[in-house]
Ligand binder design. Sequence first.
Ligand code: HEM
Length: 431
Amino acid sequence: MEMKSDERTEDFARLRKQYGDVFHLKLGLSEFVVINGAKALHELIVKQADALSDRPEFMHKTSGGNGIGAASGDRWKEQRSFALRTLRGFGFGKRSLENQIMDEVNVFIKEIEKFEESPFDISHLLSISVSNIICSIVFGKRFGHDDVKFLHIIKLIHAGLSRTNFLMVGMTKMLQYLPGDITGVKAARERRRMITEFLEEQVREHRETFDKENIRDYIDAFILEQQSHSTPESFYSDEQLIETIRNFFSAGTDTTATTLKWAILYLIKNPRIQEKMFEEIKSEIGDSVSPSMEHKQRLPYCEAVIAETQRLGNIAPLSLPHAVKYDVTWNGYVIPKGSTLILNLTSVCMDPDIFPEPNEFKPERFINKDGHFEGQNKFSPFSIDLGHSGEINNWGVVRNIAAEGVANIAAEGVANIAAERVANFERLKSA
Ligand code: HEM
């Protein structure tokens, strides 16, 4: 079996044909169970959430189980609930964050304009802009596009996600002890150390200027909780804080930036779709104001473009691994305690029975006969709802910790890029 990520989902599709929706793999010393298809994912991950929301042990290794993304059990429940409450308090997923998002979108467009007609790589610009929105909540500040130290951290985060083969690490733990660095784990440790230094510096600055009467951001909120409500059973340690904010950056920056990158690519390749978004924005809200969340209901086609981007972009095809807390029975089979679960989200996003011609970019599939946006609950780019991902909202709409906020960022980003394209179009017409 291929362990390269782009070929792995094809292997899973082949094995699914042969062995069914749920099959077991023994790779190295580890037991994996791969779950495919909307039905099995729903029956297992949603209905048996309590048994299936932990993280496998190999994910605890570097973080010591701290943070949210790699945490399990009581720590995970307490810290995830604090994180959701606090992020929402600072406007995540709410209109109150909108001004910051709009400011960032404007800076982003200005940065692009600097290139005039020259070609440029948009990835880096997108990562900085998205990351700055997270920075505004976590650190209470944003960084300039020319801040060398910050740019370096963004690069490290990006490399962390794209260059380490975590499945391979989990599968064959011994590989990391061989000479060289075939799994990328050694380089990842070094990147991790540098990111930790940066985060520790931010926390140190916050402690020095902390004022409990003026809670500026996530770090302050955590310090306050640590000082006032922490009990011996709770998990408000300094390590927990560093890991959690690391999670926000690593889980939040590249995911959102990559989604926006797909959106831009699909729009470049489909000028007719771009035109339709433009027409919708122009007829519903005009071109004197920027599209914002308050206009969302009136822009079903723009919403459909975002949903279709998330479906086809499919940027987290195997979600994150889950662990089995106790034996679980499904269709007469036992999934044993201790197994690692792989959630094959591609099997839903690309299912031709749910999405005919799945390789085609067709936003119309999310528009119902009355012209309304509909059907995002057929899949979820944020994994399956429940525990590890967030609030339950029927099958598949996984509200991971960030889904709402991301929807805002992505929606405003895409709509504003479309609107900017509108402005250019108008300029061209009048020239
Ligand atoms: C389009 C953007 C995004 C996508 C597609 C995405 C996708 C995912 C997926 C698939 C998971 C694993 C869920 C599971 O284990 O079942 C996850 C977890 C997580 N994401 Fe995102 N994510 C996005 C943006 C963000 C953002 C902006 C943040 C910033 C706060 C974030 C923070 C997290 C955290 C903290 C977790 C771990 C949650 C837990 O283990 O309980 N994500 N995300």
